[in-house]
Design a binder for this molecule. Structure first.
Ligand code: UN1
Length: 485
């Protein structure tokens, strides 16, 4: 929310009158200053050994762990997550610190035999310089940690522009870095809207841009970065994640998984379960079970322990979700449960949307193809595993998918044939752990992965090194061949 000046307020989505904080909108000169500070600090940081950098990241993890309760409360107040999920968001950053700290003593490259005698080759990582990061509000502590920790381990400086909807969470995260002893100027925050993110993206001092957000914005970021670049650009975009349910699935387990996957975090994870691809033999029974449970979920203040589902992030999101559901209904789909905004006592103006199940859609329905980013689950009936896999893959996005079945062969075939970056068996589409790569295919991204063994890739350049200890000139591809034939 802007107040018409160069400041904006972040508010509690459950009670928008409650201001969480005021933040200055960064002008282009503020972005210049932040990049210059990061670049200056990075020159010294790059000289710090990798294990010593790792110790710094471990220290940040310890500060985050000490502050977990307070940070979780802030996440809950600013991003509207129920408290247990807000705690999970912070825990993900603590886990990421432990993992990345460990990476500081793991292999930093690979060793290779060479064609010629008395010669070896190896690879090593080098920093890229200053990394610009643009992060969303939905994991306002975890996602900065996925980017900042590997970027620091690789020897970079950082300027981060968090979502204007969760600026206080990013400030609190960066404050933990500073309090843990991160060198002055190495990690910087700029606040604001698209202009601030745009200025960071095209800044000549920024060598790599790491973006998590929507497809349209991701495209603009990549195009702008390449226009002035080339730069390294990593994109982590949307999802339209599907859960397959086969007739031999444990339906009680499916119900728990689908409720958490679709309505956890009010459906606002990139990985949220958005399509229920269910075999027609069990569809009726499952939808009845799910609808009964969805109707009982308690919407309320995310800080209250009795709340199951908090608000969505803001009024424009609520309006978008409502209009998508209205369109689904107008196109002849049945709204089995929910379908409307809800008012909650004690949460005036809160952006609450009832957990919603839409039935009757086909693969080509608007609601079955477009990301909702809200608590809406669309049911698609299928008649076989092949049909299920085709339905899952008939989608622009490729982030996460899951299959519930007791048939191990079918499960493994689905794992093999589903075109997504993440697949679960007998678990919902959410809940990735930080030591496995995170990301997706198709419109979900541009091939990078975050976290896990690939989390350093977007923040480091690979250098190939050859050492010839023969004392002679060795011509590769020539001296080890007898003739040119
Ligand atoms: C996101 O919504 O962008 O896998 C991240 C999960 C979480 C991360 C989601 N660990 O659901």
């Amino acid at each position: 929310m802007t107040d018409g000046t160069d400041r904006f307020a972040s508010t509690n989505p459950a009670r928008p009158a409650e201001v969480v904080g005021h933040f200055a909108v960064a002008r282009a000169t503020d972005v210049d200053t932040a990049v210059a500070r990061a670049a200056a600090a990075q020159r010294d940081w790059a000289k710090v050994t990798v294990p010593a950098r790792a110790e710094m990241i471990a220290a940040i993890g310890a500060v985050l762990a000490q502050r977990k309760a307070a940070l979780a409360e802030l996440v809950s107040r600013e991003a509207g997550k129920i408290l247990v999920e807000a705690g999970g968001d912070v825990q993900e950053a603590i886990d990421m610190a432990a993992y990345i700290a460990g990476q500081g003593r793991a292999a930093w490259g690979t060793v290779h035999p060479c064609e010629m005698p008395s010669k070896i080759g190896f690879t090593m990582r080098q920093p890229v310089g200053v990394v610009g990061m643009i992060t969303p509000w939905n994991f306002p502590v975890a996602i900065p940690s996925w980017k900042i920790f590997p970027a620091l381990l690789a020897g970079n400086g950082v300027v981060i522009k968090p979502s204007e909807l969760a600026p206080a969470c990013c400030d609190a995260f960066v404050q933990a870095c500073i309090d843990a002893g991160v060198p002055e100027g190495l990690v910087n925050v700029v606040h604001g809207f698209g202009d601030a993110g745009g200025a960071l993206t095209v800044h000549p001092g920024v060598r790599a841009v790491s973006f998590t957000g929507s497809v349209p914005t991701g495209r603009r970021v990549a195009a702008a970065a390449m226009e002035v670049g080339p730069k390294l650009v990593s994109l982590e975009l949307g999802g339209k994640n599907a859960m397959i349910v086969m007739p031999d699935a444990d339906l009680d387990l499916v119900v728990e998984g689908a409720l958490f996957g679709a309505f956890g975090t009010s459906g606002q994870r990139c990985t949220s379960t958005s399509r229920l691809v269910v075999h027609r033999d069990v569809a009726g029974e499952l939808v009845d079970l799910l609808a009964a449970r969805a109707a009982k979920l308690v919407l309320g203040d995310p800080l209250s322990p009795s709340t199951d589902v908090g608000p969505v992030i803001d009024r424009p999101s609520l309006d978008r979700i409502a209009s998508m559901v209205e369109r689904a209904s107008a196109e002849g789909n049945e709204i089995v449960v929910g379908g409307e905004p809800v008012t909650v006592d004690g949460c005036d103006g809160g952006a609450f949307f009832a957990p919603t199940i839409v039935r009757g859609a086909t693969r080509s329905s608007y609601i079955a193809r477009n990301e909702v980013f809200g608590p809406v689950l669309t049911v698609l009936e299928i008649g076989s595993l092949d049909d299920a896999i085709d339905t899952v893959n008939d989608c622009d996005y490729g982030l996460s998918a899951s299959i519930y079945t007791s048939d191990v062969n079918g499960a493994l075939r689905a794992v093999h044939e589903i075109d997504t970056g993440i697949v679960y068996v007998n678990a919902p589409t959410i809940g990735a752990e930080i030591h496995l790569p995170f990301g997706g295919t198709k419109f979900t991204g541009n091939g990078y992965r975050e976290a896990g063994s690939r989390g350093l890739e977007q923040f480091s350049e690979t250098k190939s090194v050859y050492i010839d200890y023969s004392g002679k000139l060795h011509k590769a591809q020539i001296d080890n061949r007898e003739s040119i034939a």
